[in-house]
Design a protein around this ligand. Structure first.
Ligand code: ATP
Ligand code: MG
Length: 351
């Protein structure tokens, strides 16, 4: 074992990940990715490509799930996740996670799983109706297993994932209390860490049912992706939802709950310009088009270096897949060890 590995083992662990339902977008960046990139030196990081969880809503679209797994891998590498420091892993190749999901599902009551507010929101926002698969209800428990398989202490996530981390904390406590001696608990109680935007809104405006602005989401067709080219960014911003009551540049506009200004506040490095332009917008002294043009400039400048790094890996998918394979192998060592310890604590270690 070299000194780098010994050092990595002493660091507290991070586990977080993304469902393979599309490519990564600006919401992911401010909600979780930015923290991941920054925390790579302080933590032993595990970033999970959650392809099994994608099947809970897309079992009929395996080719899309596969394409998304590759896209997310390329997105990770292009935003600066460094495979020398962090481990990127593929969920379906970590068998211990499936075993742990089954075991942990015994530590949660059915009504407790159904009380999870994110589950209710997702059923509504993704129009899953009443005939969603049984497995959909299992995915938060699967997420508990993802986190606990790595005995993670920190989970960088957006606001919508807080109920899942809360459930993970409950399961960890319950497991420790039921099966471990005091002072010799197996699981740390993980903390969630939210990004500087807990829930970035999407481009499409308010939900018809609730009137609230929907979050930017891979599956809601309301996202700007970290891999969008400048022309796509321009088209999306030019046709985005802003203040529906403002028809002319001389009309007084509303800044609050207006995605145009939420994006400027979140991504524009020139906050003095933003404050001044918001003032003018409120007073009918600046047009939407001018503010949108500025936003396009800001976003293209942010996305272009990411896209350039991505193109290197796009031309060598084999290299990216080798990184994923090596990471998955490393991750299996940790997850298998957790599973063995779980079985031992539960007196189910026979051989
Ligand atoms: P899906 O539509 O399939 O649910 P998603 O866009 O919600 O996809 P996830 O893979 O579910 O993406 O989430 C990955 C991580 O990114 C989670 O930690 C989640 O909280 C965070 N995240 C997703 N969307 C946003 C957003 N709009 N703002 C802040 N964080 C977000
Ligand atoms: Mg989601």
């Amino acid at each position: 074992m070299n000194t780098q590995t010994i050092h990595a083992k002493q660091k507290p662990r991070i586990l977080t990940g993304d469902t393979t339902t599309g490519r990564l977008h600006l919401g992911h960046w401010v909600g979780s990715l930015e923290n991941r990139v920054q925390l790579q030196d302080q933590y032993d990081c595990y970033f999970l490509i959650a392809n099994l969880h994608a099947l809970t809503t897309r079992a009929d679209r395996p080719a899309e799930v596969r394409q998304s797994a590759i896209d997310i891998l390329l997105d990770y590498l292009s935003i600066g996740i460094d495979p020398q420091k962090s481990t990127i892993l593929l969920q379906s190749e970590i068998p211990a996670i499936a075993d742990l999901t089954f075991i942990f599902s015994m530590l949660l009551s059915f009504p407790r799983v159904m009380r999870n507010p994110t589950i209710k929101d997702e059923i509504r926002d993704k129009n899953l109706g009443e005939n969603y698969p049984f497995g959909f209800l299992l995915y938060p428990v699967g997420q508990v297993a993802d986190i606990l398989a790595f005995r993670a202490e920190l989970v960088p996530v957006g606001e919508d994932q807080i109920p899942h981390v809360e459930m993970t904390r409950e399961v960890a406590r319950r497991f420790n209390q039921l099966y471990c001696e005091q002072g010799n608990e197996l699981f740390p109680i993980p903390e969630a860490k939210m990004g500087r935007a807990k829930r970035l809104v999407g481009l499409s405006g308010p939900d018809k049912n609730t009137g609230n602005l929907l979050k930017m989401s891979k599956s809601l067709n309301n996202a700007i992706f970290l891999s969008d080219d400048p022309d796509t960014v321009r088209k999306k911003i030019m046709s985005m939802y802003t203040d529906p009551n403002r028809l002319r540049p001389t009309d007084k506009g509303t800044v609050e709950n207006n995605p145009l200004w939420i994006f400027h506040e979140t991504f524009n490095p020139d906050q003095a310009w933003v404050a001044e332009a918001e003032d003018k917008y409120r007073n009918g002294q600046i047009g939407d088009v001018e503010c949108k043009r500025k936003l396009i400039e800001v976003l293209v400048e942010f996305i272009e270096p990411i896209r350039q790094r991505r193109s290197v890996y796009e031309n060598d998918i084999g290299q990216a897949l080798d990184i994923l394979k090596a990471g998955t192998e490393r991750a299996n060592v940790v997850a298998d060890d957790t599973l063995q310890q779980v079985k031992k604590a539960m007196q189910q270690d026979y051989f």
